[in-house]
Ligand binder design. Structure first.
Ligand SMILES: [Zn+2]
Ligand SMILES: [Zn+2]
Length: 275
């Protein structure tokens, strides 16, 4: 299986090591030092933490193993009005990829790493050794969400344990260094993941991909120069934008496998159609 080979990359293996290390120290060092794993508070916290960490790991597997969405070789753009009255519209619909020499559906982009056109491409992510696109974007977003929760949780456990620990009598320096190192590591991880999560919350609320965000900056600059204003064509309403990514059923928003709401990824509702 070629998909399995995606795991054989240094960044992916690094993610596994960091996850494994964070899980191990949170449970067997910090919760153990704080209240003891056998206590009711200890076992409850380790149970919740294990559940969240498993969700995180599951999302990670999904992100790596799910194909982001490739353009079918039979794809031909659906040009409704073939009359030559709107040449600009037809030109836009007939975008071709130079490298794949196939038509590019709206929101699709060519990934230089995957050497393929990716549907609703967000970006190529080395940490999952895969592109983030139409079919694995929800899993990617939930991975950011659960990873932020897990690292914040771990942070709280480190602080709780450090506050309760009796540092005085022993006088050994090594546990202190270990605590500080882990604390700094988890804090930077939490800030990084939290920032990335916030960024993708912003993108979802505006129904944008990372690529489209940068395209929009250029497009609005060009529009301003000619006295116009730019509006992202796929921005419907905030709530509708959320449902297009996470699904119409609010109770399934946090479920990474619930992706039945996703259409083929070859066309997307634009604000012109809905209003
Ligand atoms: Zn291409
Ligand atoms: Zn890629």
């Amino acid at each position: 299986m070629t998909k399995i080979k995606r795991f054989l990359a240094l960044p992916v293996l690094t993610v596994f090591s960091v996850m494994g290390f964070a899980y191990y120290v949170t449970l067997f060092v910090f919760i153990e030092d704080w209240v003891g794993l056998q206590s009711s508070a200890g076992s409850l916290n380790s149970l919740i933490f294990t559940f969240l960490a498993s969700l995180c790991l599951f999302c990670f597997f999904l992100c790596v193993l799910t194909d982001p969405g490739y353009v079918p070789s039979s794809y031909v753009p659906d040009v409704e009005d073939s009359s030559d009255q709107q040449p600009s519209k037809n030109d836009a619909q007939l975008k071709k990829c130079d490298k794949c020499s196939t038509y590019k559906p709206p929101r699709a982009h060519h990934c230089r790493v995957c050497r393929m056109c990716i549907l609703r491409m967000d970006h190529h992510c080395s940490w999952i050794n895969n592109c983030v696109g139409h079919w694995n974007y929800k899993a990617f977003f939930l991975l950011m969400l659960y990873a932020t929760i897990v690292s914040s949780y771990s942070m709280v456990m480190i602080i709780s344990s450090a506050l309760k620990k009796d540092w005085e009598p022993d006088g050994r320096i090594s546990p202190k260094i270990f605590y500080v190192t882990c604390g700094v590591m988890m804090a930077s991880l939490t800030i990084t993941l939290g920032t990335l999560l916030g960024w993708h919350v912003y993108l979802i609320l505006h129904n944008m991909t990372t690529i489209e965000y940068y395209e929009a900056i250029r497009a609005s600059w060009l529009a301003r120069k000619s006295g116009l204003s730019y509006r992202h064509p796929f921005h419907l309403s905030t709530y509708k934008n959320i449902t297009l990514v996470l699904g119409p059923n609010m109770f399934k928003w946090l479920c990474p496998t619930s992706v039945n709401h996703l259409k083929d990824g070859l066309s997307f509702p634009a604000s012109r159609d809905s209003s």
